[in-house]
Design a protein around this ligand. Structure first.
Ligand SMILES: NC(=O)c1ccc[n+]([C@@H]2O[C@H](COP(=O)([O-])OP(=O)(O)OC[C@H]3O[C@@H](n4cnc5c(N)ncnc54)[C@H](O)[C@@H]3O)[C@@H](O)[C@H]2O)c1
Length: 284
């Protein structure tokens, strides 16, 4: 086999990084998934939103179509296998293939202290944060392998990349998604499929609402995240776009914290009053 730089997929239009690619986004109606759907559509992706909430799906499809791009809604609960089967049949019948899959659904609620957890609460965490990553990926991986083209972006959490005391079960599910990402990447790299993950933190969405926290957020942010501000769904979507597109053609098996630097900060906070970094919350 002759290796050549022509193995690098050409990028013809830097403003349309996903031109003509068929994209499935789970939870693509709002929050991080909504921003992914909108940004990927602006870059020429044909968006298939897999969403449990019809109103959210409608809003995002309407916004995308109003912008002159293409999106379809699929009202499904991705934790239910019959729904995943129906999603796969609909999308594959409509387009004949899927090029990009963004597995995004997840939820930290209800927050259960580990000593109060039950088999049912653990099962519920598994269903919403891990199980559907297996079933939805399994539903579309065959098409990607057949066409020797695919990029999967798994949205997990920075809590799967560091210790999370509030709910160790949730953190473990997110860590499992990150490692599933790594395993799949090694397994399918030679089949033309890349798999990467992002670990959000501190991002304003319907699920994680920092705007109505009741505290004076503006004074807190400088010491909260190293970049000094709240994160927005678009911050996540931009990194997901890089990973989904040929921009990252030589990147696979990686999990990127998209966290404003909180993981890197590792317990150090900037104290505006002391004008230095402190690792003692009382000193704040
Ligand atoms: N926002 C953050 O700061 C943050 C931090 C860490 C991890 N995350 C992770 O990022 C992902 C997205 O989070 P978000 O904050 O945007 O969440 P969100 O709850 O605001 O949005 C999730 C979307 O998924 C849909 N959805 C929920 N359950 C579904 C199901 N079973 N089937 C289909 N659709 C479903 C919802 O209707 C909603 O549109 C999740 O995996 C979450 O755990 C977010």
């Amino acid at each position: 086999m002759t290796q050549s730089s022509s193995d690098i997929a050409p990028i013809d239009d830097w403003n349309r990084l996903l031109d003509g690619r068929v994209v499935v986004v789970t939870g693509g109606g709002d929050g991080i998934g909504g921003a992914v759907s909108r940004l990927f559509a602006r870059h020429g992706g044909i968006i298939e939103i897999a969403e449990i909430d019809a109103a959210r799906a409608d809003r995002t499809v309407e916004a995308i179509v109003a912008g002159g791009a293409v999106a379809h809604k699929n009202i499904v609960d991705v934790t239910r296998q019959p729904d995943v089967d129906r999603l796969a049949t609909t999308v594959l019948d409509r387009h004949g293939r899927v090029d990009v899959l963004v597995n995004n659904v997840g939820d930290f609620r209800p927050l259960v202290r580990f000593n109060e957890s039950t088999p049912e609460s653990i099962e519920a965490m598994y269903q919403v944060n891990l199980q559907h990553f297996f079933t939805v990926t399994r539903a579309f991986i065959g098409s990607m392998i057949e066409h020797r083209r695919g990029s999967i972006v798994n949205v997990h959490s920075v809590e799967g990349m560091r210790g999370y005391p509030n709910d160790p079960v949730y953190g473990a599910m997110k860590a499992a998604v990150a490692h599933f990402t790594t395993n799949l990447a090694v397994l399918y790299g030679r089949k033309g499929v890349r798999v990467n993950g992002i670990g959000p933190d501190l991002t304003q969405t319907p699920q994680v609402d920092y705007m109505t926290g009741g505290e004076d957020q503006d004074t807190l942010w400088p010491s909260w995240a190293p970049v000094g501000r709240l994160g927005w769904p678009e911050d996540q979507a931009r990194v997901a776009l890089f990973l989904a597109s040929d921009m990252s053609g030589y990147v696979t098996g990686h999990n990127i914290p998209v966290d404003g630097g909180t993981k890197a900060g590792g317990g150090w906070f900037y104290s505006p009053s002391a004008r230095r970094f402190v690792n003692r919350p009382r000193s704040l």
